[in-house]
Design a protein around this ligand. Structure first.
Ligand code: KG4
Ligand code: ZN
Length: 341
């Protein structure tokens, strides 16, 4: 089955073609960084308008790159995300499916992130523990099989990516903050500041990252804001986030006995996190996987893949589509045919 995937939940317009036999055939993306940069963050109305302008050309490009064969289904992100942005992808996807006479399916954005590692050449077996770290979510998820997700712990306030973005902004770094803070941290001295590892001194798998941003503000206030001080703060912040995430991961792996860890979502593109997770996993005798960097951050390949599992099982949505800006992961169930089995 060949599926066209569409992703427009936030500030990336993306279209991909995934074939359940031949794999990923096309994967095109337009980032809105330039649109939002002068505002220091995503402006929802501008995001929607830019999706409208960019999506149709991306669909054409992805279809051409995939060889131009007809697709058997269309999958688009319907939530969670920005309502207006989601509507553009959902309306486009639904209309294309109608015009082509193929089934259409709304995909959960976090399910797509959770399954993104399956697009890699050596995908992990089920079950696995996923550390899902994005701009909007930070969760530890027991993934028993597609559609069966148990959220074991999550951030009670800011998501890790949000903390990166906010701390980057106060260090004067351009949007999007995560990658720019990570780049600055490379120049920082790791021994100058030590940031706390929030909520690691008490049991449980929940997390909190908003205090680290406050810690960064206070540290900056107490120092002269030189370039090297800002780099040292970036380094201490990044190490604290990575360390905190991995302390909780380790705990979840021990608690569940799961033999595999998948690190995914935009912050999963962070090289320090990827390297530290690999070391931790090796020490614990656990297998670790991550999607390649461009499949960690928002993309349509993961949407096409997640959609293909459900479309193959016969799931499809009618013409009266809707978007779900808020949509708990726990409300999903396995693709229809697996459910019956
Ligand atoms: O998954 P994603 O692309 O979009 C959401 O679903 O939220 O994640 C975006 C988040 C942003 O907060 C961005 O700053 C962060 O991922 N991010 C990073 C890196 N690359 C992206 N954070 C830290 N280091 C990175 N290299
Ligand atoms: Zn995402």
């Amino acid at each position: 089955m060949r599926v066209l995937g569409i992703e427009t939940s936030c500030d990336e317009s993306a279209v991909a073609v995934y074939d359940t036999g031949a794999g990923l055939l096309a994967h095109c993306l337009h980032s809105q960084i330039e649109v939002h940069r002068e505002y220091g963050g995503v402006v929802p109305e501008l995001a929607s308008r830019d999706h409208v302008a960019k999506l149709a050309p991306l669909v054409k490009r992805a279809l051409a790159e995939s060889g131009g064969e007809p697709v058997d289904g269309v999958a688009y992100t319907v939530g969670p995300g920005l309502a207006g942005a989601l509507l553009v992808g959902a309306a486009t996807g639904r209309s294309l499916a109608f015009a082509w006479g193929v089934p259409a399916l709304g995909v959960h954005h976090l399910e797509a992130h959770l399954l993104a590692a399956m697009l890699e050449p050596d995908p992990p077996d089920y079950p696995f523990l996923a550390l899902l770290v994005s701009g909007g979510h930070t969760q530890l998820v027991h993934v028993a099989r597609p559609g069966e997700y148990d959220v074991l712990g999550e951030s009670l306030d800011d998501a890790a990516g949000e903390a990166f973005d906010k701390t980057a902004a106060l260090l004067g770094l351009p949007y999007p903050g995560g990658p720019s803070l990570a780049a600055l941290a490379l120049e920082g001295d790791p021994s100058r500041f030590r940031f706390p590892r929030p909520m690691t001194d008490r049991p449980g798998l929940d997390m909190s990252f908003s205090g680290l941003k406050t810690f960064a503000i206070n540290t900056l206030r107490n120092e002269t804001s030189t370039a090297s001080t800002r780099a040292d703060i970036a380094r201490a912040f990044e190490e604290a986030v990575v360390d905190t995430l991995l302390i909780k991961c380790r705990r979840a792996l021990l608690q569940t006995g799961l033999p595999r860890l998948v690190v995914t979502g935009g912050v999963g593109a962070n090289r320090r996190l990827r390297a530290a997770a690999a070391i931790m996993a090796r020490d614990m005798g656990v297998q670790v996987s991550y999607p390649r960097i461009e499949l960690c951050t928002d993309n349509a390949a993961m949407v096409a893949y997640a959609g293909s599992l459900r479309l193959l099982a016969g799931e499809a949505h009618g013409l009266d589509f809707t978007v779900k800006p808020r949509w708990p992961l726990a409300s999903l169930s396995p693709p229809a045919s697996q459910n019956r089995g």
